[in-house]
Design a binder for this molecule. Sequence first.
Ligand code: GLC
Length: 730
Amino acid sequence: MRGRLRRLTAGAAVTVMAACTLGAAPAAPAEAPPAYEDPALPVDERVEDLLSRMTLDDKIGQMTQVDRSALRTQSDLAAYRIGSVLSGGGSAPSPNTPQAWAEMYDSFQRTALSAPLGIPMIYGVDAVHGHNNVRGATIFPHNIGLGAARDPELVERIGRATAEEVSGTGVDWTFAPCLCVARNDRWGRTYESFGETPELPGAMTTLIDGLQGASLDAPGSILATAKHYIGDGGTTGGDQGDTELSEAELRAVHLPPFREAVKRGVGSVMVSYSSWNGVKMHGHRYLITDVLKGELGFTGFVVSDWAGVDQLDGREGFTAAEVRDAVNAGIDMVMVPHDYRRFIELLRGEVRAGRVPMERIDDANRRILAKKFELGLFENPYTDRSYTAGIGSDAHRRLAREAVRKSQVLLKNSGGALPLGKSAKVFVAGKNADDIGHQSGGWTITWQGGSGDITPGTSILEGMRSVASDPSRVVYDRHGNGIDGSYDVAVAVVGETPYAEMEGDRPGSMGLDQEDLDTLARLKASGVPVVVVLVSGRPLDIAARIGDWDALLAAWLPGTEGAGVADVLYGDYAPTGRLPVTWMRSASQQPINDGDGKDALFPFGHGLTYTGTAPDEPDDPDVPDDPDGPGHPVCTADYRVVSQWSGGFQAEVTVRNTGDAPLDGWKAEWTPPGPLTVNSVWNGTLTRTGDTVSVTGAGWNAKLAPGASATFGFTATGSPAVPAITCTGV
Ligand code: GLC
């Protein structure tokens, strides 16, 4: 909900007061306000009334989004009827404080409202792991860590906390969640993905519920964005590359999270820079209009990515043809974000020439205006200052610390190196041990992130010293100088330094850098047990090194609350995280994903705890053994061919627990009636023994409560005939 100040109230109140107190003749009865200003009317009626009053320039302005830094003069907001402003990564007011953000927002809004129809602007930011542009905001773990936590309810709470902090600065809209399915860990945006299977991002669309709240006009609610549609995580050739997949595979792997987001009422969808089989997504009418808006029934609005339209012809800048093609493909709002005057001029020309139908312009405006009405922007367009003080609150930081704990994945723990004793003499080393910037990763204060105390928080080292019984026994040297045999254990916090988007692509080595290797060598030479904490946005190529390590904890990119890592290191909380992505044995295996048959160092779903298996994996003594004994069919497997094409077919199998006890695992087996070559598998691990094909659960979907089900799929060439599938509990 917006600020208490109502849009026209301030001015109107002063006018009326002046008339009454000065004894002037009673004012003529005011005209009834236009229907679109009546909040009692249904949104669609308000939209139609407003649309009927809008000129072409009003409508084109609503489809225009500019970066705050690109406005030649703030009055252009009104002069060009601009409907949206954004802050690209790091585009912040100075000083970068919540109060300055709120003042900036309100100032832009006042200007926007001064245009004849008084249509409020909508302001968007990349609040992708908290309100990460704002110094002092709570920074949550990046999505890859939240995928490891496997806790959709936690993610919803993070969405709510983020929405409150965003609301406290006036901002109405975040370009999150990224629902990318990261299939190649070389991709610089792997950490923005909840995981490599469609189910993980699909499950974490609860973030949308947290962000958008019970209703968009409820206090603290903001608009969410499902991005980047579609296939951004499945490209060959890194960020903004080409997703070379059949339609069946694209639909099976990359579409489900968007289907889930639409079901949850996501208000906007951002188009991907990437291409599908050589066709740029920003011009893809079939996927944007026919599939997203038609088949999935998406009724919000579609926004381009930053200057995404410019890429259509492969040349710098944008042309009338690119603007036309993008808008006709179904993009409703264009993140220009700089030369907005030229964009408006070109789009106007294309409409007047009849190359962009007025119906398309009206459809885009209906979608955009509906969200502005639903957000309550017309009634309460200004910052709700009641949320400003809550930015970076202790409550939100406690939530972030909980998320950090739950995202930790224990990959190795030999000799009980972990948990650390509270009174142990610990030597801490590594470039990521005492660096808020490094542990937060990209999209933090600036687009690429940075090093050092870039925003208030607790480093992992500070967290360790706060949890240890005697902080003086926790000694730190970044390079490991000073380590000797007097220490009980060494903890090396190493990994990656921040990056974002294409800057993070790693086409070559995926190993540790030389500084880390030198630090680890010093620690190893001391003979002291070595615990490695990896702060990284993805799995790293460490198979050749891990033999020298006594324990390995994947911390991902935890954000400002580094104490959550210490909570697990010292055993106040046992690690419960499980890999959201398969951990390669070698970078040469990339892409490597669950079920593709490659020999991983650690499989998707792997995660230890301090009792040797993940806490929800041990036999539960209260659950009676299967009364029918092992091997009795306590589950069924329903097979169906989803689609067929000249090159093969796609099938899905739903396994259901028909017993009355939870299943810890299941196996579906069949002997194909004819030759069968499986080309890709998802949500299951496939093995072949002679003519028999077996598929077991993919780690996270192996456990089935009574009545619960899991679906795996595969594409194949050969006979799609329905085989007799047996299902057994394992
Ligand atoms: C970037 C990203 C997108 C982000 C947008 C605005 O290039 O691709 O995720 O939302 O620009 O910052």
